[in-house]
Design a protein around this ligand. Structure first.
Ligand SMILES: [Cu+2]
Length: 497
């Protein structure tokens, strides 16, 4: 880690600095600690009733062993930490009851899902302690690895950091027909990547670092440090989610082996893409397929961005951790070779491009904690979409020294171009979150779900959660042609809880 890192960490309160130093030492130790079995979040298929699927999620507090030798108080759904992996099929009607057994208000958002705004679970849908909130919608998304996390006004980062996050797998006819690893927890493995800081007693360090919020220094996979996965097959599929607050990961295997990227945030790529590394910023997902030799050992690492992601390395710029190198997950090949795996399907998904010939265009300029010079206001509707069909959004990171990214609710998009940056980022396929190095500008062809409703807004925001919570978010409503947004949106909330 470059020297500048420590200096930036130490700019904070004396207490925070001590904590950071403590965890630094701890990273060094994880190598010598015996590795622990990778936890697999339970698969929750809900209860089926015809074409309906009912889920129950209970947000609760518990005690976890994120670290091998310390106990940490965490939040989770239906358990102490993180949440189960939900699974549903395209075309099904899902009904989800979220009960809040915490002693603080939270919310629940279905990231990547196209759905009515009322069910989207944004900051307008608080779930008070002891109460339940219910969302239902018909799944129109194609097969993908989506996820769920709170979207509490000003507190999204803290709630996710404490552990409120889980994956939401959508299957469809395409995924069912493809010959891909799909035995959950066996050869189809969810990996929820996060990063934390710990105090000496093992509790989570919840102090915001200056300009960096809850950037962690200790990576976790499915809720633990030093995880190891013992494969039983020669081919595994990893559904990788970056659920961290602020960290960008650049993933590579320790022997730099090639792997195939098969899906982006919101669906399959048209065809597998072979590479040796892949980047993912907060909120993004990739699915990859990796081949293993019997009994071999290989480590999934985050290697840091060679060019520091375009972030200056001077003393004035906070250290976003872009050059950090971590070992994330040790993988051991199966005991025996088994059958030679067949080649991966050459075509995964049919080519689909949006007709953007006459599509309306909008532009969004991100700078520090604002978008188009404005910070989030619960009662200000920033954009009104009064038509069906795609739009072209240009999103510019106007900061020359800060990274950002951009997530749009109720939508999927294709990145048409990423300009004004030297950083090379693989951006193929359908996405819902795009990474923006300093100065970069992305042009997106965006397809929205069409559920006209003048009262309930959707969000677009930077998914670096400290930025979002500081106000880097805006609201849009989707209405019928010529319709105006309601005078009061959501349930009328105007302020931080
Ligand atoms: Cu940002």
């Amino acid at each position: 880690m470059p020297q500048i890192t420590r200096r930036t960490f130490f700019k904070g309160l004396a207490l925070a600095s001590i904590a950071a130093a403590g965890s630094q030492a701890l990273i060094g130790c994880t190598q010598k600690q015996p590795l622990r079995k990778l936890p697999i979040p339970p698969l929750l298929a809900g209860t089926q009733e015809g074409n309906k699927r009912h889920f129950q999620l209970v947000a609760q507090q518990g005690e976890s062993q994120i670290l091998p030798d310390k106990t940490t108080t965490t939040w989770g759904f239906n358990g102490a930490h993180l949440g189960p992996t939900l699974i549903a099929k395209k075309g099904e009607e899902v009904h989800i009851a979220v009960k809040n057994e915490l002693d603080e208000m939270t919310t629940m958002h279905w990231h990547g899902m196209k759905l009515p705004a009322r069910a989207d679970g944004g900051p307008h849908s608080p779930i008070e302690p002891g109460t339940s909130w219910e969302a239902s919608w018909t799944v129109v998304n194609a097969a993908a690895s989506l996820w769920y996390h709170p979207h509490t006004h000003g507190l999204t980062g803290l709630h996710a950091y404490r552990g409120l996050a889980g994956m939401f797998i959508i299957e469809d006819d395409t995924s069912a027909a493809l010959d891909l690893p799909s035995d959950y927890g066996v050869d189809d493995i969810p990996l929820v990547l996060m990063d934390h800081r710990f105090l000496e007693d093992g509790s989570l360090d919840e102090s915001d670092l200056p300009d960096l919020g809850l950037l962690g220094d200790t990576p976790t996979v499915n809720g633990i440090t030093g995880a190891e996965f013992q494969a039983t097959t020669c081919r595994i599929r990893l559904r990788i989610l970056n659920g961290s607050n602020m960290r960008f990961f650049k993933l590579q295997f320790s022997d730099k082996r090639s792997f195939d990227v098969i899906a982006s945030d919101t669906g399959f790529l048209q065809e597998p893409f072979s590479t040796t590394n892949i980047a993912l910023g907060p909120g993004e997902r990739w699915e990859i397929v990796v081949e293993l030799e019997p009994s071999e050992e290989v480590t999934l690492e985050s290697i840091g961005f060679k060019d520091n992601f375009g972030v200056p390395t001077d003393k004035y710029t906070p250290d976003f951790g872009m050059a950090d190198h971590f070992e994330l997950l040790s993988i051991i090949g199966p005991d025996s070779p088994g059958q030679d795996p067949k080649p991966l399907p050459g075509i995964l998904e049919k080519a689909e491009t949006l007709d953007i010939q006459d599509a309306p265009q909008r532009s969004f300029v991100l700078n520090t904690f604002s978008i188009n010079d404005q910070m989030m206001d619960m009662q200000r509707v920033d954009e009104v979409i009064d038509h069906q069909g795609p739009e072209v959004w240009t999103v510019t990171n106007d900061n020359s020294d800060w990274p950002h990214n951009f997530h749009i609710h109720n939508a999927r998009f294709q990145v048409l171009s990423l300009d004004n940056t030297e950083v090379e980022l693989f951006q193929a396929g359908w996405k819902d979150t795009v990474a923006l190095p300093p100065g970069a500008s992305a042009t997106l062809a965006v397809e929205f779900g069409y559920y006209p409703d003048p009262q309930w807004p959707y969000m677009y925001h930077c998914h670096m959660l400290y930025h979002e919570d500081q106000g880097m978010m805006g609201q849009f409503v989707i209405v019928e042609q010529g319709q105006q947004p309601a005078a009061t949106v959501g349930a009328g909330a105007t302020h931080n809880h």
